[in-house]
Design a protein around this ligand. Structure first.
Ligand code: NAI
Length: 726
C-alpha cells in the first residue's frame, strides 16, 4: 500500500450501484494541479481501486472546481533546476503509473469534464475510456504545454499518439498547443461526447458504464496498431524525414526546445510498448522542466499574463465600469478594426468618418471578418448579424449623443485630432472616457485639445486589431486614475490584454521595437550581407525579419518620428546622438527613392500586387562590403540586447512601472521572441544572470558603440544580486 496522502485532493464517492465518482477537489487551492498532494492522492485511489475492485462497477472522474483540472504545478517547475531532474522524473512516472493502474483495472473509466481541461486535466481525461465534455462557456480542451516551453508529461504525448496517430497528434494537439471549445474538441476526436448540462453529463457517464462493463482503451486491445502507422513501417518511414524539416521551417531556426522534444517523444514512443513510451516521455519532459526556456515562458505566459490581466497596473479603488456605447472616430484601417472588436464584445458602436461612404466602408471590414468567421464555423450567422447590427456608420456628429467612450483613430495629426475632439466633446455623455489611438503623438499634448484633460488617455491598439491581443494604455501628464481604470476595464471588456505605461515618445512598444529595427538597419550600413541580417532575426526567434518589417512600417515613418524626437530633445536643451541606422534610411529614401512596401520598393523588391520578390540587389551593390561580416551570435544578441536595454531605460525613466507589463507588452505587442519570456525576463534568464548580461553588453558596447552601455539601474541590480521582478 502507498502511504496515505498528506492531504487528499480527490474525494471518493461510491453509490449503491457501485459507481465510484472521483471528485477532483484540492482543499487548499482554487484549482486542481498535479502537485505532490495529487500525486499521493491518485496513488492512494489506485490502491483502493485495486483493493475494492470487485465492488466497483465503473469510475467517473469529475471536479468540484470551476475548471476540471488546471494542469502541472507551475510554481514547483519554476524552482526546478538541474539538481531536481531525478525527483521530477520519478514524480512524473509515478503519476502516470497511478493513472495507468486505474485505466487497466478492467472497469469502465469516464471523464466527466465539467470545465476547462487543459494540460494535466486533459491527460486525466485521456487516461479514461470515455470523455464527455460539458458545453460550458469558456470551457477549453487541449494540451497547451508547448506554449509554456513544456511537453505533456502526464501521458499526453503517449496517449494522443495512440489515439489519433503521430501526424494528427502532433499537428492537431501537441505542436501548436491548440485549445478547443467542447464542440470543436468533439469534431477533432479529442472527446467522445458533449453534454448540455452537468446532470445530463453524469447521466451520459452512467449510460456508458452500463453499456461497457469491461471497457478498455483501444491500445490495450490485442492486435491494436497506431493509426496511420509507426516509423517502423516502411510507408510511414518514407514520410518521417518531412517532420523535422517542417518543424525547422516553422521554427525558423529559433531556439525552442519543446517542439523538438515533443517530436522526439512522439516518434520514439510510437516504436515501443506503452509503458516504455511513458518513460521516454518523462525523460523529455524532465529535460524541459529543468531547462531555461520553460522557466522564461512560464514566467511570462502564466504568471506575468495573469498579473497583467488581473489588474496589477489598474489604479485601485475605482469602481469597475462597462462601456455600453462607444464612438469610434475615423473608419480607416484602425478605426474599422476597433469597431469590430468593440461590437464583438457587445458594445454598441457609432463609427464616424468624414462621409457616410467612408464610414460604411469601415463597417464593411467587419462584414468581411464576420463572413469569414461564419464560413469557418467560428460563429453562427445569427451572432454575426447581431454583431453587425451593433455597428452604426455615420458622418453626423449628432449621432454620437450618449456615447460613454470615445476612441479616436483619425489621421496622425495633432491639429486634426484636437479638432475632432472639439467637435464631439459637447455631444457625447458628459463624463465619457476620451481615448486616442495615436501611435506616436504625446498624449499629454493631445489632451490639451479637450476640456476634461483628466478623462483623456492613450489607447494604443496594434494592427490588425482583430488578431492582436494587446492594447497599450498610455497615461498622459494629466490623466486621472479614474480614466486609467476605465480604459483598463474597457480593454478587458473587449477581451484584450492591457499594459499600462506613462507618456513618452513612442510610449513603450514603438520605442523599443524601434531599437530592433535600427540595429538591423545599422548592420546593413556596416556592410553586412542583408540576407544574413534577416536570417539572424529569424534565428533569434523574431516572428518578422527586421528589414521586411521595416518595409511594412515604411522607411519614412521612423524618419519623421526621429525628426520630431530630435527636435523635442534639442528644444529641451539636450544633444541628439545619431544612430548609425539613420544614414542608411536617409540614403534609401533620398538617394534611391525606396520608402517601403507601400511605395512599391524598400529593402525588398515588390511585384505589382505588393508581394515581396526578394531583397533589393542594390543593397549589396551600395552597402555590402567584403570582410564586414559580423558573427551570427553578435547579430542576434545586438537585436535582443538593443530592445532589452531600452526596456531597462523605460523602467529607469518611469515609462514602465511593472516588469510584467514589459514582458507581456514586448512579446504580445511587438514580437519580442517568446522563448525569452519577454524583454526583462530575457535579462533575468541570460547566462550568468544580470552580471552575465552586463558583462556581455559591455563587450557589445566596446565593439559596436555606446548605445550598448548598461543603464545604471541594470548595473545596480546586477551588483546587488537582484533580478527584474515586480
Ligand atoms: P487610416 O488613414 O487608415 O484612417 C484614418 C481615417 O480617419 C480615414 O478613414 C479618414 O477618412 C478618417 N478621418 C479623417 N478626418 C476625420 C474626421 N475629421 N472625422 C472622422 N474621420 C476622419 O489610418 P489608420 O492607419 O487607421 O490610423 C489611424 C490612427 O491610428 C493614427 O493616429 C495612427 O497613428 C494610429 N495607429 C495606427 C496603427 C497602424 O498600424 N496603422 C497602429 C496603431 C495606431
Amino acid at each position: 500500500m502507498t502511504a496515505l496522502p498528506t492531504r487528499s485532493t480527490i474525494r471518493w464517492e461510491q453509490d449503491e450501484t457501485g459507481v465510484v465518482t472521483l471528485v477532483l477537489d484540492d482543499p487548499e487551492q482554487s484549482a486542481n494541479t498535479m502537485n505532490q498532494a495529487f500525486r499521493e492522492s491518485i496513488a492512494a485511489v489506485a490502491d483502493r481501486c485495486e483493493a475494492e475492485r470487485d465492488s466497483i462497477r465503473g469510475i467517473v472522474y469529475t471536479s468540484a472546481k470551476k475548471t476540471f483540472f488546471a494542469g502541472g504545478d507551475l510554481r514547483d517547475m519554476m524552482r526546478a533546476g538541474p539538481a531536481d531532474a531525478q525527483r521530477i522524473f520519478d514524480a512524473t512516472n509515478e503519476i502516470k503509473r497511478s493513472l495507468r493502474r486505474i485505466e487497466t483495472l478492467g472497469k469502465p473509466v469516464v471523464a466527466a469534464i465539467n470545465g476547462a481541461a487543459l494540460g494535466g486535466g486533459y491527460e486525466i481525461a485521456l487516461a479514461s475510456h470515455h470523455r464527455i465534455a460539458l458545453d460550458a462557456p469558456g470551457s477549453k480542451i487541449g494540451l497547451p504545454e508547448v506554449t509554456l516551453g513544456l511537453l505533456p508529461g502526464g501521458g499526453g504525448v503517449t496517449r494522443t499518439v495512440r489515439l489519433m496517430g503521430i501526424a494528427d497528434a502532433l499537428l492537431k494537439v501537441l505542436l501548436q498547443g491548440r485549445q478547443y471549445p467542447p464542440r470543436r474538441a468533439l469534431e477533432n476526436g479529442l472527446v467522445h461526447e458533449v453534454a448540455d448540462s452537468p446532470e445530463s453529463m453524469l447521466a451520459q457517464a452512467r449510460a456508458f458504464i452500463d453499456a461497457h462493463p469491461e471497457s478498455r482503451q483501444p491500445w490495450d486491445v490485442p492486435g491494436y496498431r497506431i493509426p496511420g502507422g509507426t516509423p517502423a513501417q516502411p510507408k510511414f518511414a518514407a514520410n518521417l524525414p518531412a517532420f523535422p524539416a517542417n518543424l525547422r521551417k516553422q521554427l525558423n531556426g529559433a531556439p525552442y526546445p519543446a517542439p523538438r522534444n515533443i517530436l522526439a517523444a512522439a516518434v520514439e514512443g510510437a516504436q515501443v510498448d506503452f509503458e516504455s513510451a511513458c518513460v521516454i516521455e518523462s525523460r523529455y519532459f524532465t529535460e524541459l522542466v529543468t531547462g531555461r526556456t520553460a522557466k522564461n515562458m512560464i514566467q511570462a505566459f502564466f504568471f506575468d499574463l495573469q498579473a497583467v490581466n488581473a489588474g496589477r497596473s489598474r489604479p485601485q479603488g475605482v469602481e469597475p465600469r462597462t462601456v455600453r456605447r462607444a464612438a469610434v472616430l475615423g473608419a480607416g484601417m484602425m478605426g474599422a478594426g476597433i469597431a469590430y472588436a468593440c461590437a464583438k464584445a457587445g458594445i454598441e458602436v457609432v463609427l464616424k468618418d468624414v462621409s457616410a461612404e467612408a464610414a460604411a466602408q469601415g463597417k464593411a471590414y467587419s462584414e468581411k471578418l464576420c463572413a469569414k468567421a461564419v464560413e469557418r464555423g467560428r460563429t453562427t450567422r445569427e451572432k454575426a448579424d447581431a454583431l453587425l447590427a451593433r455597428i452604426h456608420p455615420t458622418a453626423e456628429v449628432a449621432d454620437l449623443a450618449g456615447c460613454d467612450a470615445v476612441i479616436e483613430a483619425v489621421f496622425e495629426d495633432t491639429a486634426l485630432k484636437h479638432k475632432v475632439f472639439q467637435e464631439v466633446q459637447g455631444v457625447v455623455a458628459p463624463d465619457a472616457l476620451l481615448c486616442s489611438n495615436t501611435s506616436t503623438l504625446p498624449i499629454t499634448v493631445l489632451a490639451e485639445g479637450v476640456e476634461r484633460q483628466a478623462d483623456f488617455v492613450g489607447l494604443h491598439f496594434f494592427s490588425p486589431v482583430d488578431k492582436m491581443p494587446l492594447v497599450e494604455i498610455v497615461r498622459g501628464g494629466r490623466t486621472g486614475d479614474e480614466a486609467l481604470a476605465r480604459a483598463f476595464d474597457l480593454v478587458r471588456q473587449i477581451s484584450k490584454t492591457p499594459v499600462v505605461v506613462n507618456d513618452s515618445r513612442g510610449f513603450f512598444t514603438s520605442r523599443v521595437i524601434g531599437q530592433f529595427l535600427n540595429e538591423g538597419v545599422a548592420m546593413v550600413g556596416e556592410g553586412v550581407e542583408p540576407a544574413s541580417v534577416e536570417q539572424a532575426a529569424a534565428q533569434a526567434g523574431y516572428p518578422a525579419k527586421v528589414l521586411s518589417l521595416m518595409d511594412e512600417l515604411t522607411l519614412t515613418l521612423p524618419r519623421r518620428i526621429r525628426g520630431e524626437t530630435r527636435r523635442a530633445v534639442e528644444e529641451a536643451g539636450g544633444t541628439w546622438t545619431a544612430h548609425p541606422a539613420e544614414a542608411v534610411v536617409d540614403r534609401m529614401v533620398d538617394e534611391f527613392g525606396r520608402t517601403g512596401r507601400s511605395g512599391g520598393a524598400g529593402f525588398y523588391d515588390y511585384d505589382a500586387d505588393g508581394r515581396r520578390t526578394g531583397l533589393w540587389p542594390g543593397l549589396r551593390e551600395h552597402f555590402t562590403r567584403a570582410g564586414a561580416e559580423v558573427s551570427f551570435e553578435d547579430m542576434k544578441e545586438r537585436m535582443l540586447f538593443s530592445e532589452a536595454l531600452d526596456a531597462v531605460r523605460c523602467l529607469e525613466e518611469g515609462v514602465l512601472t511593472s516588469v510584467a507589463d514589459a514582458n507581456i507588452g514586448s512579446v504580445m505587442g511587438i514580437g519580442f521572441p517568446a522563448w525569452t519570456g519577454g524583454v526583462l525576463q530575457y535579462v533575468n534568464g541570460y547566462e550568468g544572470g544580470l552580471p552575465g548580461f552586463v558583462a556581455r553588453t559591455r563587450e557589445l558596447a566596446a565593439r559596436y558603440g555606446e548605445r550598448f552601455e548598461p543603464p545604471a539601474l541594470l548595473v545596480r541590480k546586477a551588483q546587488r544580486g537582484e533580478t527584474f521582478t515586480d
